[in-house]
Ligand binder design. Structure first.
Ligand SMILES: [Mg+2]
Length: 232
């Protein structure tokens, strides 16, 4: 067991693809985007062009659905003939709005798990992305009352985790960070001295992908309810 359970007093959860489905809706949106470029580019090439634009824009626009929409617009402008772009931009705005307004779908056992942990541990959400977007998802999830603290950050780095722990009044080793991204949730939290649980997700953005170490210094779980047998 890579956790020191008796030290844990704070449990911090990532949100997208940890509490609710997210990435699969982006994969769907990418395919819809690729259809707009289909006369000129293969589906894979269109998705690759979009990914490259997103990476180039990350520092300027940050994460989230609005940034993703702007990157779709830019990719269409750069890779479609001028006479096609007005139609494409209008269709892209529809794709982006559908993505933003997609109803929240909780992952299995999330609500029950949080209900059993709340009151016994200090529970936080730490998520990156667009502020309005994440606030809306959290509100629509119905989970807000189960959390003691909500933190929406522009990026998840060891420094942003350290700042969070200071605000919580937590020592790093008292914190268990739970998330679906090794790159954003698990490794930067471990670097601060916190503990971590990794919940692999069937859909993972290329930007977040990372190989798993042979002897992982974190707990790997198949679903959030697996935490109950460890923490309770
Ligand atoms: Mg996530």
């Amino acid at each position: 067991m890579p956790l020191t359970v008796q030290d844990i007093r704070f449990v911090c959860f990532d949100a997208d693809d940890t509490l609710w489905k997210n990435e699969e809706f982006y994969r769907q949106a990418e395919k819809e985007f690729a259809r707009l470029l289909a006369p000129y580019w293969s589906q894979q090439k269109a998705i690759d062009l979009l990914f490259q634009t997103e990476m180039n824009n990350l520092e300027t626009f940050g994460y989230g659905a609005k940034s993703f929409t702007l990157s779709m617009v830019q990719t269409a402008l750069e890779h479609l003939p001028a006479q096609q772009t007005a139609h494409a931009v209008s269709a892209i705005l529809q794709i982006g709005k559908r993505l933003i307004l997609q109803p929240v779908e909780l992952l299995p056992g999330v609500k029950d798990t949080l209900e059993k942990l709340t009151g016994k541990y200090h529970l936080s959400v730490i998520t990156k992305g667009d502020l309005l977007d994440q606030e809306r998802k959290l509100k629509n999830s119905g989970l807000t009352p189960l959390f003691d603290h909500v933190e929406i950050v522009s990026d998840k780095t060891p420094a942003s985790y350290r700042a969070l722990f200071v605000r919580l009044g937590a020592k790093a080793q008292e914190v268990l960070m739970v998330g679906n991204s090794l790159k954003s949730d698990v490794f930067p939290a471990l670097e601060t001295g916190a503990q971590a649980a990794y919940l692999p997700s069937p859909f993972n953005w290329k930007h977040e992908q990372m190989p798993e170490p042979e002897n992982p210094p974190y707990l790997k779980i198949a679903g959030l309810p697996d935490l109950l047998s460890v923490l309770l």
